[in-house]
Design a protein around this ligand. Structure first.
Ligand code: ADP
Ligand code: ZN
Length: 588
């Protein structure tokens, strides 16, 4: 109750509430009194009649009649229900009413109560109007406009690929005319995706800072309101505000874009999604509305790209997608160094700390360094030393380990590394012309432990030999696990690989006419005849089994090489093409 009163902005509403309570209790009191009305027997009534003390009699259908005496007092007696009672009374000069006495005592509190209720409703409506109006104005929107341009790419350590991907946008913001004179269209929207704390906000700020334009930051969740339409109007106000700043240029940053841009699915098409659709549509309209010459760039961030409504990612909207990954060891070293920059540092072994912090995000590293600084400060130590970092590390891990298991054990790391190098090694051996651009054990957002990125050669057709080799590369991860750790210690890590290799094998045999069971027959056509599929499964299995046999042989033959690459991968966490080239020389 206290809270309710506190929440009521307009204190005057308390007056009608008070009068309402007062009149209500008065009415209850009166009706209680009425119910316990005096009662006299019929004979006593007849006596009053004879004595001519009665002024009015109220006769209704009730079993009781009421009698008002000349002195004003009222009592009840039994209704005789004789047809001529009214006549008798009238002949005795007594007023007869066929209604109960209008109790004047009830009229006043009744009216007062009615008035109170009306004014409470009136005031409450006015109040809520005021509240909703208050949320509407532009200034209520929590946009942090950064105008001191403190952030530059210097503040973003590591993330080189991402920085490279936004450099032209900075240049465009500096002189949009140059780009339009070449007829070049700049991306209106950039989508940064990656795990939390990897520096997406930081990168967006740096873009604004490098280009010297104001930075408007909002969060997608700011736009999801109880009142339908508020989100959409906020979007329009945000863009208006950005357009109308003195430079006319701006970076608009929308964090947690998934709050407004989540994929629409049938199941939650009710309720709040109406509001979300309106907000999303407003955003898309605003984005297609501003023209490229102006120099406004919208940067959005999300943890999950695959959750977003495809409408958001179409050309002309957020059409540049940049993944911000967790930092690898060399990036972590840079991030640690960066955050130690403004602090007194003792004899810290930076390399060791970069090694210890695998799978840490930039935010977590910042947190670690800050915690160490606090500990050093509490001890009045001259500088931050390894011991302070050690203690900070335990604090951070204890805090994070409960929440998620992003502190991955060394054995897991080793399994992931052998698995990934298995893919890479088989790829190097069977398709030497395909460039492996990256092998990493840093997990990406889609949840896999690591990945190997190879760039397929450009070609129009994929022949049977090539498809078999693709299957072998996919099986390379599992083969390495089995060869190194033994057949009892193979893991679930190959799940996706097996899905993909099965898919290729099945298509070879049933769609492309590359198998024996069906020969040149096409499965889709045969399906109409409801044929027996066991033989096809058998042949798929035979194909995969034989590919696996070859793959395992490659791994076994190159075991020392596999080990060497894996050791390097565990050390560096990410290997690029040039690292693999260097290793190739060693193996020969
Ligand atoms: P996100 O938006 O991806 O959740 P933030 O940009 O908010 O992450 O990062 C939070 C903080 O973590 C930053 O303010 C910064 O102190 C630190 N941080 C994250 N990544 C980096 C990086 N690459 N270099 C330096 N600091 C970083
Ligand atoms: Zn794999």
């Amino acid at each position: 109750m206290k809270n309710i009163i506190k929440n009521i902005k307009n204190k005057f509403i308390l007056i009608p509430i008070f009068t309402f309570i007062l009149s209500l209790s008065f009415l209850i009191f009166i009706s209680y009194k009425n119910n316990s009305m005096d009662y006299k027997s019929y004979t006593l009534f007849q006596k009053d009649l004879l004595d001519k003390r009665i002024s009015t009699v109220y006769i209704t259908d009730n079993p009781k009649i009421r009698i008002k005496l000349k002195d004003g007092s009222i009592y009840e007696t039994d209704n005789p229900r004789t047809p001529n009672i009214k006549q008798t009374l009238l002949e005795n000069n007594i007023l007869v009413s066929e209604d109960y006495p209008a109790n004047s005592k009830q009229i006043y509190p009744g009216t007062l109560m009615l008035l109170s209720v009306i004014s409470i409703i009136f005031m409450a409506v006015k109040n809520s109007e005021k509240v909703s109006k208050k949320t509407l104005p532009i200034d209520s929107l929590e946009t942090t406009v950064v105008k001191d341009f403190n952030y530059t790419f210097e503040n973003v350590a590591g993330n080189e690929e991402a920085k490279e991907s936004v450099k032209d946008v900075v240049d465009f913001l500096k002189n949009p005319e140059k780009y339009t004179s070449y007829g070049a269209r700049m991306p209106k929207g950039i989508m940064l995706y990656g795990q939390p704390g990897t520096g997406k906000t930081l990168l967006a700020k740096a873009v604004a800072g490098e280009a010297n334009v104001p930075f408007y930051a909002v969060s997608g969740s700011d736009f999801i309101q109880i009142y339908v339409g508020v989100g959409a109007s906020r979007i329009r106000q945000l863009f208006k505000k950005a357009r109308n700043n003195s430079t006319g240029k701006a970076v608009i940053f929308i964090d947690e874009i998934d709050a407004i841009g989540k994929k629409r699915d049938g199941s939650n098409s009710s309720g709040g999604s109406d509001e979300r659709d309106q907000t999303l549509n407003a955003l898309l309209t605003e984005m297609s509305g501003f023209n490229e010459k102006k120099g406004i760039v919208v940067i959005a961030a999300t943890n999950r790209l695959d959750m977003l409504d495809p409408a958001l990612l179409r050309p002309g909207r957020f059409d540049r997608h940049i993944e911000i990954t967790l930092p690898d060891i060399s990036s972590r070293k840079k991030i640690i160094a960066l955050h130690l920059n403004n602090k007194p540092v003792g004899n810290l072994n930076l390399h060791e700390w970069a090694q210890k912090t695998s799978y840490f995000s930039g935010a977590k590293i910042e947190n670690l360094v800050n915690e160490a600084a606090i500990i050093a400060c509490k001890e009045n130590s001259r500088a931050i030393e390894d011991t302070h970092m050690d203690r900070a590390f335990s604090i951070i891990l204890a805090g994070y380990e409960k929440k998620n298991r992003d502190y991955i054990k060394d054995t897991d790391k080793k399994i992931t590394a052998y698995h990934e190098v298995g893919h890479a090694l088989v790829s190097l051996k069977v398709l030497p012309n395909e460039k492996i651009s990256k092998v990493t054990i840093i997990p990406s957002t889609n949840g896999v432990g690591g990945y190997t990125l190879s760039i397929p050669e450009d070609k129009l057709y994929e022949n049977k030999d090539y498809l078999k080799k693709r299957i072998m590369i996919l099986l390379g991860g599992r083969a390495a696990e089995e060869v190194i750790f033994g057949s009892n210690y193979i893991t679930t890590g190959a799940h996706n690989d097996l899905q993909r290799s099965t898919h290729i094998a099945f298509n070879m045999i049933t769609q492309y006419g590359m198998g024996e069971t069906l020969g040149l027959l096409n499965m889709q056509e045969l399906m109409k005849l409801n044929i027996n599929q066991d033989k096809i499964i058998e042949e798929c299995k035979k194909l995969i089994d034989s590919m696996y046999y070859h793959t395992k042989n490659i791994i076994i033959e190159n075991r020392p090489y596999l080990k060497k690459i894996t050791e390097l991968l565990i050390e560096k966490e990410t290997l690029y093409a040039k690292d693999l080239d260097n290793l190739k020389l060693i193996s020969k």
